[in-house]
Write a protein that binds this ligand. Structure first.
Ligand code: C2E
Ligand code: CA
Ligand code: CA
Length: 825
């Protein structure tokens, strides 16, 4: 861009230089055999031509400077004119103040003053005189005086050619008038539609152009013949300068609602002042009206161009076409100018061409801007403004057209997990930049696969749409084939797995993906998107990261919603119960304690198992209240039981989410004090997966509980991936073998190995082992032989309501359990 700018400056400079060198060399005549006699020594009465021709003052007039405010005698040799037809001698240019025509014979004797065949109007517009055929005229003499230097064409042509010229003039004047009036009507219409002041400026510009044009063509003379020609010249020059002023005002005002930026950089008065100043300089430099007009128009054009360039920089690329149009105009004007000088065309033609070009540029700019604004508006309606990707509306359009043609397709929705983090850490701009880069990579991959173009323009095609803040989508063509969908999913994951970087930090990114197919899962476009969103909302299980929509799943998520919404009620309306499952010491047969297990009976859903509602409570944030409820109940019951069984140990299940709350240890402390319970008789059960999440944090969180004196167990041991090192670091008091290894212990060598190893590990670490899920005596025997200390399971008892639990303790403990254990011993 910088090169173009310098190039442009150089170009304007060259034009100015060239203009100032060339302009004084006015071509006075295009007629051969003409002579100019300087009038400083001559009056306006007929001079002695015969003598003058022989003296040095007689000069060939083909290139002669005619400064203003002087009188000139011009002498034409008529010997070679055809005697058969009438001729007309005329001066082209409306700037002549005084002109007198004389016909002389071969001895330079006056024959007559030349006659006008036409009225004074035409003679004022195109000064001319008739040279009748058949007379013995040999010379024509002409006296003229003009107020300004100008490019003056003096011609002698056959009569018919002159009439043609007049007709042509009339035609161009009326054509230009019509063009300008149409343009004025357009700007009026724009003003009344938009009420924007810039169209008033445009109207004023065009009006000035019209007035200036009519004045320069001498049309004012029709109004009043006494108006001097010099006045018309001044009027047209003034109109053109005013037109330039209005042109600048128009361009200053025509921005896309970003005027403040432009105006802040270049002030309007400054631009106007520069334009006027430069045009005045140009004016004094050249003295010549046509050149002056060119100069000022070039200066105005350059101001406009600079303005457009700046605007283009601000609003790229929507304004670029206008920018290039303006460039084009400058070049055309330069060419036209050169051509008129070189081909010695009249200044009228030059003037007319410039007026046409300028009018077209202005009206073209208005129309293009209007069109661009409509395009921009439509574009904004259909695109996301942060990423410039198609939005949901455009995606829907695309899907709807596919549904209309009954083309099978799948929608693949995805949510990058890192987006929120990236925004929080690096700010919106950087996060958007990163997401744009990643999307571009993905789009590149999709373009070589069978993905549908959501938007296809000549400039760019888009494959990905942004549905909302964090959800994106693309469309895969064709019937639902799992292998194909897998391929799309893999590509998407691979692109996001590369992650994003900021300074030296690298964040690995993950995506959740949901897929739905038309016509398998949905009957229309809206439903397809909704089904895709449902698939996306399924919680990833066992490491899978993508889901296909399925009807069962959707009723499941309906159920989840219901559960989540009624959990609060469950606590408030007392729908929860705490059950107890006894834990028995396998060596003595004595009671060790009990695990507290939640039960929920919902009035319409019926019995809801904790396996189902606990994960929902965890994800919906209800788990905190639930745990507090459990802890309060469990400790209250413990107080009652310990009155009868002082060594009774109560085991309470704690969710991983609870560990992060500082309030929980405080609650324990208060309740332990209140109920006078020994902290060592309370065991907190943490699942293995929960403890593994983040070793450091969990360990510090557990310290709070340890300080109180509470005991900690690792639950479901064997289902996660705890290492020996980890176990010893965390120092659990109890290890609970998960029931899945216990229930089949009789039939599975594998489970036996696991149970035996767990017992050995526990021993070496100084913890004791609890086996849950003991359903029969054989399992119990085997676990005992491995050295397992405590048992829990249906073999002893199912979880029981508190009163039932107390009754069970009363009845069974002394008799049945002890008898069994003794039997084993
Ligand atoms: P868990 O901690 O592993 O609890 C043991 C589960 O095994 C209980 O299921 C219990 O009824 C069952 N069980 C015990 N002995 C046997 C047996 O011999 N055979 C069979 N088949 N099952 C047996 P429940 O009560 O359905 O609890 C399921 C899970 O819900 C628990 O697993 C625990 O993770 C969670 N949970 C229950 N209550 C609470 C609670 O108060 N808080 C928290 N955070 N989680 C709880
Ligand atoms: Ca448990
Ligand atoms: Ca368990």
């Amino acid at each position: 861009m910088r090169y173009i700018n310098t190039l442009y400056k150089a170009f304007i400079l060259a034009v100015l230089l060239f203009g100032s060198v060339v302009s004084p060399r006015v071509l006075a005549s295009v007629v051969e055999n003409a002579a100019v006699l300087r009038s400083d020594t001559l009056s306006d009465t007929l001079p002695p031509f015969e003598q003058l021709i022989r003296t040095a003052e007689y000069k060939d007039a083909s290139s002669f400077n005619l400064p203003a405010q002087q009188g000139y005698w011009l002498l034409f040799n008529l010997h070679e004119l055809s005697p058969k037809q009438d001729h007309i001698l005329y001066l082209d240019g409306a700037q002549i103040d005084t002109v007198k025509y004389y016909l002389l014979d071969s001895d330079f004797a006056l024959l007559s003053s030349a006659s006008h065949r036409h009225g004074a109007y035409l003679d004022k517009i195109i000064p001319h005189s008739v040279l009748k055929s058949g007379s013995n005229q040999s010379w024509a003499a002409l006296y003229l005086k003009h107020s300004r230097s100008s490019q003056l064409a003096i011609n002698i042509v056959p009569e018919q050619a002159f009439y043609n010229l007049v007709e042509q003039r009339l035609f161009t004047v009326s054509a230009l008038t019509v063009l300008l009036l149409v343009a004025m009507a357009i700007s009026c219409a724009f003003y009344f539609l938009s009420r924007r002041i810039k169209f008033v400026y445009l109207f004023a510009y065009l009006l000035c152009l019209l007035v200036g044009m009519l004045a320069s063509k001498g049309v004012f003379i029709f109004i009043d013949t006494t108006i001097p020609v010099s006045f018309a010249v001044k009027a047209s020059a003034a109109s053109f300068i005013a037109a330039l002023g209005f042109a600048c005002m128009f361009f200053m005002r025509s921005s896309y609602g970003r005027r403040e930026i432009i105006i802040a950089r270049v002030r309007l008065p400054l631009i106007l002042l520069t334009v006027f100043g430069l045009s005045v300089i140009a004016n004094t430099l050249t003295y010549d009206f046509a050149i002056y007009l060119l100069m000022t128009s070039f200066i105005a054009e350059s101001a406009i161009l600079i303005y457009l360039y700046m605007q283009w920089k601000e609003t790229k690329p929507s304004c670029s076409s206008i920018y290039f149009l303006a460039w084009y105009v400058i070049i055309v004007q330069a060419v036209v100018w050169q051509l008129t000088l070189m081909l010695q065309l009249s200044s009228h033609l030059l003037n007319d061409i410039l007026i046409v070009i300028n009018t077209c540029v202005f009206i073209g700019t208005v129309l293009i801007q209007d069109r661009l604004r409509i395009l921009q508006y439509n574009y904004n309606l259909l695109h996301d403004d942060e990423t410039a990707l198609p939005n949901k509306k455009l995606l829907l359009n695309c899907l709807q057209s596919k549904v209309k043609l009954s083309q099978p397709h799948s929608i693949i929705l995805f949510q990058p997990a890192i987006l929120l983090d990236a925004r929080a850490n690096f700010g919106y701009e950087h996060a958007n930049e990163q997401i744009k880069i990643t999307m571009a990579k993905l789009a590149h991959q999709l373009s070589v696969m069978n993905a549908e173009k959501i938007e296809a323009t000549q400039l760019k095609s888009h494959y990905i749409a942004r549905l909302d803040d964090s959800t994106y989508a693309f469309v895969a063509n064709g019937k639902l084939e799992l292998s194909q969908i897998e391929q799309f999913v893999c590509v998407t994951m691979a692109v996001f797995a590369e992650g994003i970087s900021h300074n030296s930090n690298h964040f690995v990114n993950k995506v959740d993906i949901g897929v739905a197919n038309y016509p398998l899962h949905a009957v229309n476009a809206e439903q397809l998107i909704q089904r895709g969103l449902q698939a996306l909302s399924v919680k990833p299980l066992h490491g899978e990261r993508w889901h296909m929509y399925d009807a069962q799943n959707s009723s499941l998520s309906q159920y989840r919603l219901e559960v989540a919404s009624s959990l609060k009620e469950a606590i408030e309306e007392n729908q929860l119960r705490l059950f107890f499952q006894p834990q028995i010491c396998l060596t003595t047969g004595n009671l060790h304690g009990a695990e507290a297990l939640l039960r929920w009976y919902h009035p319409t859903l019926g019995h809801v198992p904790p396996d189902q509602f606990i994960p929902i409570a965890e994800s919906s944030g209800m788990i905190f209240e639930l745990t507090e409820w459990v802890v309060e109940q469990a400790l209250a019951y413990q107080k009652e039981v310990q009155a009868i069984y002082p060594d009774h140990i109560i085991s309470i299940n704690i969710s991983a989410k609870d560990l992060l709350r500082k309030e929980l240890p405080v609650l324990f402390l208060t309740l332990l004090n209140e109920y006078q319970i020994n902290a060592a008789n309370v065991m907190l059960e943490l699942t293995e997966s929960a403890t593994l999440n983040d070793g450091v944090n969990i360990k510090t969180a557990l310290n709070d509980y340890r300080l109180i004196g509470l005991k900690i167990a690792i639950d479901d041991f064997g289902t996660g991936y705890s290492s020996l090192a980890y176990l010893s670091k965390m120092g659990f008091d109890e290890i609970k073998i998960d029931k899945q290894f216990v229930m089949n212990i009789e039939y599975s060598k594998n489970d036996q190995t696991i149970c035996r190893a767990t017992c050995d590990i526990a021993k070496s670490l100084g913890s004791y082992v609890v086996a849950e899920g003991i359903e029969d005596i054989q399992s119990l025997k085997r676990l005992k032989s491995f050295g397992c200390e405590i048992g829990q399971g249906y073999y002893f008892s199912r979880p029981l309501a508190f009163t039932d639990y107390l009754a069970w303790l009363e009845n069974n403990l002394q008799t049945h359990t002890k008898a069994d254990i003794y039997q084993l011993n």
